[in-house]
Write a protein that binds this ligand. Structure first.
Ligand code: FE
Ligand code: CA
Length: 543
C-alpha cells in the first residue's frame, strides 16, 4: 500500500522514536509514552483559553450525543467544529469553555444540574461530561452553550436502580453505516422510535476513500472536499471522517434522541484487522500507530466514559451495563485481542488451523471477565452486544461447506468456552446482538451446531446495516442456500434498517425494521418480520 507514506509528521516522529519499541515490548507503558503528547497539558503548559467571542460560527455542527447510562449518571458528548471539514474544525488551538445544562423537561424549566466543561484542542474540542448523583430510571434533556451559540437539545436517561424489579426495556441495535453506500434514512426513523437505548455494533465509519459526489449519495449536488478522497490513516484523516459521517442529519437526530452504547468492529480502523495484525502487508509497528490514531478519534467522537480513554494503541472498550434485574449487557470487543484469522481469512473449509483450541476471539482477559460477570449476574436477560456472527453459518447445504474465518466460526474454541461458561454460570436467557454482515438474521444458538437436534441455548439477533451494501433485497440470491444449510437460521432479510428488541419478564420480542432503499433519500420504514423468544425456553418463533 503506497499511502502508508502519507503519515503526518506527528505519527512519523512517534514511529521513529517509539514504534519499534512498542512493537518489541508490547507494553502499555511504552505506548502511553509514545502518545503522551496527545493528552491535554496542565498548568503553564496548557493551551491558552480562547475567548468565546472568537467563535463566530455555529460550533455545534456535529450535533450532541449521550451514552452508557448508569443508574446515577449520564455521559454527555459534543465536539466544537464551526467548520467540520477543515482539519482544525475551524477553531484555533485554544481551550474553550462549554456550558452545559441537564433538565427534566425539553424547555429547560426544571434544570437539575448545570456546569462548565473545558474543550481541549488536544481532543479536537471533543467534550465528554459525566453527570453524576442523578435519580435512577429518569429521562433527562441536555444542551450545551459556547458564547452565544446554543446546541441542539438531546434526550437521554439513567438506568434503573441496581436490583430494581423493572419489567420492560426497549432497545435498538444498528451497525454498518457506509456513508458512500447510501443515506442514513434508517436513523431518521430510529430517532422517532420509542426506545430506551441504542446499541451500535460496529462499522460506525469506513476507512475507504469517499469521492467528491459521496458515492451512492450522488442524488444531491453537494461536492465533498478532496480530504475525504483517500483511505483514513492518520489521526487527522479519522477525525475528518467522523465529521463527514456526523454531517448526516439523520445520524445526528438518532444520537440526540437516544443514549447510544457503542462498540467498534474492523472498519473504524481497517477492514478485517486482527489484534496487532493488519489486513495487508504493513509492518505491525506501523499498523499500531494507525490503530492508535483510529482508537483515539473513536474516543473523541463517541459518547464514552473515562475508562475508555485510549492509551496509545490500547483501549478498554469491553464493559458491562445493567438495567435493574431485567438485563445485563456485556459489551464485547472482538477485534483488539483476537488471534489472526485462520487460513488467511475469507470463507474456508474448517480444519485443524481454524479449530486450534489455542485460538481466541476475545483474548483471555476479556473471556475471564465475561464468564466472571455471568456468574455474578442476577439478570433475567443476559445480552451480549458484539460484532461478528456468533452462530455457525454454512455457505451451502452440502458436506463441502465453508465458514467465515472472520466470525466466531473461525474461532470455534472461543465459542465453545463462552457457551460452556454460560451454562456453568446458569445463564438461562442468553441473547447475542450482532452486526457486520449487512443483512438481518434471527438465529437459534445450538449447544452443538453440528447436531440440529441438540438443545437451543440462546438466541442471536443480527441487525442489518444502516447503509452498507446499498439498497439490498428482501431475499438475497443466497437466501435458499443459507436457509437450507442452517436449520437454526429462522429469519433472513437483505434490506437496510435496524432491529428493535423489547425485553420483558416473560419473553423478548424482536422487530426487524427495514427501508426499501437508501441510494435515494426519504424511504419509509416497515417491519419485515417479528419474532419472540420465551424466558426459560430459548428459540425464536414468529410473533
Ligand atoms: Fe460493515
Ligand atoms: Ca465489519
Amino acid at each position: 500500500m503506497d499511502h502508508v507514506q502519507d503519515h503526518s509528521e506527528e505519527l512519523r516522529v512517534a514511529a521513529r522514536h517509539f514504534g519499534r519499541r512498542r512493537f518489541l515490548t508490547v507494553t502499555g507503558a511504552a505506548a502511553a509514552l509514545a502518545f503522551a503528547t496527545q493528552l491535554p497539558a496542565a498548568g503553564a503548559a496548557a493551551a491558552a483559553e480562547l475567548d468565546a467571542r472568537r467563535v463566530t460560527e455555529d460550533p455545534f455542527t456535529l450535533g450532541v450525543a449521550s451514552g452508557d447510562p448508569l443508574p446515577d449518571s449520564v455521559l454527555l458528548w459534543t465536539r466544537l467544529a464551526p467548520r467540520p471539514f477543515e482539519p482544525d474544525g475551524g477553531l484555533p488551538a485554544g481551550r474553550v469553555s462549554v456550558h452545559w445544562e441537564l433538565a427534566r423537561d425539553e424547555r429547560f424549566a426544571r434544570i437539575v444540574r448545570r456546569g462548565l466543561a473545558v474543550a481541549h484542542p488536544e481532543f479536537r474540542h471533543g467534550v465528554h461530561i459525566e453527570v453524576e448523583h442523578l435519580d435512577p430510571d429518569r429521562v433527562f434533556f441536555y444542551r450545551f452553550r459556547v458564547g452565544e451559540w446554543i446546541s441542539p437539545v438531546g434526550r437521554t436517561r439513567t438506568a434503573p436502580a441496581p436490583g430494581a424489579r423493572n419489567t420492560a426495556l426497549r432497545l435498538a441495535a444498528v451497525s454498518c453505516q457506509a456513508y458512500h453506500d447510501g443515506y442514513f434514512t434508517a436513523y431518521g426513523h430510529l430517532a422517532r422510535e420509542d426506545v430506551d437505548v441504542v446499541f451500535h455494533l460496529g462499522d460506525y465509519l469506513y476507512e475507504y476513500a469517499v469521492g467528491a459526489t459521496g458515492g451512492a449519495r450522488a442524488y444531491t449536488d453537494r461536492t465533498l472536499p478532496a480530504v475525504f478522497d483517500r483511505e483514513t490513516l492518520t489521526l487527522e484523516d479519522y477525525r475528518l471522517r467522523y465529521a463527514l459521517y456526523k454531517s448526516d442529519p439523520d445520524l445526528r437526530a438518532a444520537h440526540a434522541a437516544h443514549p447510544f452504547v457503542v462498540t467498534w468492529d474492523d472498519h473504524e480502523t481497517e477492514n478485517n484487522y486482527a489484534g496487532d495484525t493488519p489486513e495487508n502487508d504493513v509492518p505491525p509497528e506501523e499498523f499500531l500507530l494507525r490503530r492508535a490514531a483510529a482508537y483515539r478519534a473513536y474516543w473523541e467522537h463517541q459518547p464514552l466514559r473515562r475508562p475508555q480513554l485510549p492509551e496509545g494503541p490500547d483501549m478498554r472498550l469491553y464493559r458491562r451495563l445493567r438495567f435493574g434485574r431485567l438485563a445485563q449487557f456485556d459489551i464485547l470487543d472482538t477485534r483488539q485481542y483476537r488471534s489472526d484469522q485462520a487460513y488467511g481469512d475469507g470463507w474456508r473449509v474448517p480444519g485443524p488451523e481454524s479449530e486450534d483450541p489455542a485460538r481466541t476471539l476475545t483474548g483471555a482477559a476479556q473471556e475471564r471477565w465475561l464468564l466472571d460477570g455471568w456468574r455474578a449476574s442476577e439478570a433475567r436477560w443476559n445480552v451480549l452486544p458484539q460484532q461478528v456472527v456468533f452462530s455457525e453459518r454454512r455457505d451451502r447445504p452440502t458436506a463441502d461447506f465453508k465458514l467465515s474465518m472472520d466470525s466466531w466460526d473461525g474461532y470455534p474454541a472461543s465459542r465453545r468456552r463462552v457457551l460452556a461458561g454460560a451454562e456453568a454460570a446458569g445463564v438461562e436467557n442468553l441473547m447475542v446482538l450482532t452486526g457486520d454482515v449487512h443483512v438481518g438474521y434471527g438465529l437459534d444458538i445450538k449447544a452443538d451446531f453440528r447436531d440440529p437436534a441438540s438443545r437451543t441455548v440462546g438466541t442471536e439477533i443480527v441487525a442489518t446495516s444502516v447503509a452498507s451494501g446499498k439498497d439490498g433485497a428482501d431475499r438475497p440470491s443466497n437466501y435458499d442456500r443459507l436457509m437450507q444449510a442452517n436449520p437454526h437460521l429462522r429469519f433472513f432479510n437483505g434490506r437496510r434498517g435496524y432491529v428493535t428488541v423489547e425485553l420483558g419478564e416473560e419473553s423478548a420480542r424482536a422487530d426487524f425494521r427495514t427501508v426499501p432503499y437508501v441510494t435515494r433519500p426519504g424511504a419509509p420504514v416497515t417491519t419485515a418480520a417479528s419474532y419472540v423468544t420465551e424466558a426459560g425456553a430459548p428459540g425464536l418463533t414468529p410473533a
